[in-house]
Design a protein around this ligand. Structure first.
Ligand code: PMP
Length: 404
């Protein structure tokens, strides 16, 4: 059981007012809030040991390096990677996916195929389209159904000896569907294809085990899981990371540089050119510590309670339609009111201090599938309450009255 009062006290932002009303923050799928424990780590870094890392001979540089590398071990342990050097710091999920997509440029031939799912965020579509443009490879799509689930029998048909790569999100940001990634990975491996899982939306809710999943690449952003923006990670199996060429050239990623020839550093530094987000990396580790101390099982159970409560209350509103009705779902509800534009509802809710997201949620193909311009998305975190859901439901009822 979560101690909600204690948890909410950890998040200073939750006690602020917006438009004269207590903030109700239901935009967690876009960015989660930051607990004081993580804010303290950020303040401590800039107050006490801000310095560039690696190769520094002085004390501050050593301290910053030790903490940055310790955070890499925290991330490794959290995702159960076999080696710390299989964890590459990036600026976030988007950067991680682009790094892998770029690396595959030299590995794909024009006759190859790569498979994406219909449920993806644009950042797990566009880099692969760009890869296809560079290589001549073909992009195939696993379709979805009206519940917002992937049609796995169609996936079976798409897989062949031509398939080199499959990339799919663990949880959809637009609908909240939890995809059967273990099955997707096993089937891809049977035809010799590698799999990248976009874990941006899964990591705030569950603790992925990359070895148990046997996934080849797993990517995430710190800001979705109580950490700061501008930092994230790429997990890659050592053999894959060794196969991929570096993404960016620069300092830190080299072994030796001459004008005739440059050799690259070993993992993980080969993929970490330039001065990284040092404070961000350390704070990412602190965010993971915070979430583990809270407990992922308790988080998932409570968020499910919030999801069930909100789903029931929202469905009581006449003319409200929820998109994404899979039984395998996390605490994201995408919905619309009949004949009312989602943006108008979002604007009225904001006046009441209620933060939701409206629009296509960077998943235009999903909106096209449902033939809608967008949805209103309320996404709940473990620090939200049923009282806040009541405020949302009342707000929507008022918005409906005003806009009908
Ligand atoms: N994939 C999914 C499923 C996401 O929800 C997001 C963020 N909305 C991203 C990728 C991109 O993450 P970032 O903007 O942190 O790179």
């Amino acid at each position: 059981m979560l101690d909600l009062n204690k948890i909410r006290a950890d998040f200073p932002i939750l006690s602020r007012q917006v438009n004269g009303k207590p903030l109700v923050y239901f935009d967690n799928a876009a960015t989660s809030q930051t607990p004081q424990q993580v804010i303290d780590v950020i303040v401590d870094y800039y107050s006490n040991y801000n310095a560039n890392i690696h190769r520094g001979v002085h004390a501050l540089s050593q301290e910053a390096t030790d903490k940055y590398e310790a955070a890499r071990h925290t991330i490794q342990k959290h995702f159960n990677a076999k080696h710390a050097h299989e964890i590459i710091y990036t600026s976030g999920t988007t950067h991680s996916i682009n790094l892998v997509a770029n690396g595959f440029t030299s590995l794909l031939k024009p006759e190859d195929e790569i498979i994406v799912s219909a449920l993806e965020h644009h950042s797990n579509i566009v880099p692969w389209q760009m890869l296809c443009e560079r290589t001549g490879a073909t992009l195939k799509v696993i379709p979805m159904n009206l519940e917002g689930e992937l049609v796995i029998t169609e996936y079976d048909q798409l897989l062949s000896s031509k398939t080199q790569l499959v990339f799919v999100n663990h949880i959809s940001n637009a609908l909240g569907t939890i995809n059967p990634i273990k099955e997707i990975i096993e089937k891809a491996h049977r035809v010799g294809a590698a799999v990248l899982v976009d874990g941006a939306q899964a990591c705030p809710h569950i603790k992925p085990d990359v070895q148990a999943l046997d996934v080849d690449f797993y990517v995430a952003s710190a800001h979705k899981m109580c950490g700061p923006t501008g930092v994230g990670m790429l997990y890659g199996k050592e053999e894959w990371l060794n196969k991929l060429p570096p993404y960016q050239g620069g300092g830190e990623m080299i072994a030796e540089v001459t004008f005739e020839k440059t050799t690259y550093a070993d993992l993980p530094h080969k993929f970490e050119a330039g001065t990284p987000n040092i404070c961000g990396g350390i704070a990412f580790g602190a965010a993971i510590d915070y979430m583990n101390a809270t407990g992922f099982e308790a988080i998932a159970a409570y968020e499910h309670e919030l999801l069930d409560y909100a789903t029931q209350k929202l469905l009581d509103i006449e003319g409200l339609k929820i998109y994404g009705t899979s039984k395998h779902k996390t605490s994201v509800i995408s919905f619309n009111l009949e004949n009312i534009h989602p943006y108008d509802v979002g604007t009225i809710l904001d006046k009441m201090g209620i933060a939701v997201r409206t629009g296509h949620h960077c998943a235009q193909p999903i909106m096209d599938y449902f033939k809608i311009p967008g949805t209103i998305r309320a996404s709940f975190a473990f620090y939200n309450t049923k009282e806040e859901i009541d405020a949302l439901v009342n707000g929507i009822k008022k918005a409906k009255l005003m806009l009908s």
